[in-house]
Design a protein around this ligand. Structure first.
Ligand SMILES: [Cu+2]
Length: 134
């Protein structure tokens, strides 16, 4: 019995470490939208890698996952002046879900994530994307 138990414990520890939300970089972003939140709101991804984004919208209105370019942040509210500062974005209809991919920035740093639907940034729909050297 002991012979089986130890490998089981070790593999369980590995699984818990791998997906324990310990802040390590992941090539998958799994995010749920609602009014007016991203859950989770903080992500860490490896620079330059292809990232898969799985979105789910539990809200009653459309929501967007907008990654701003490094060093760019939204001012009072998300508007036309911010469009040129977008690194990548995806949107999901109310009650919908989706999968999309993008290539992570090559420059490590902290990137602002916002919802670009009018009024949502002001309502607090903001997240943080940390890009780390792979
Ligand atoms: Cu929104």
């Amino acid at each position: 019995m002991k012979k089986i138990f130890l490998p089981l414990v070790l593999s369980l520890m590995f699984v818990l470490t791998a997906c324990g939300g310990g802040g390590g970089p992941s090539t998958t972003i799994d995010v749920t939208f609602a009014e007016f939140t991203f859950t989770p709101a903080e992500f860490t991804i490896p620079a330059g890698q292809e990232i898969t984004v799985k979105t789910k919208n539990d809200g009653a209105v459309i929501h967007e996952f907008v990654i701003m370019k490094l060093g760019e942040t939204v001012g009072d509210d998300f508007g036309d002046e911010d469009e040129g500062n977008i690194y990548w974005e995806v949107e999901t209809d109310a009650g919908g879900s989706g999968t999309a991919t993008f290539t992570a920035p090559t420059e490590p740093g902290v990137y602002q994530v916002v919802c670009g639907t009018e009024g949502h940034f002001v309502a607090g729909m903001v997240g943080k994307l940390t890009v780390v050297a792979p």
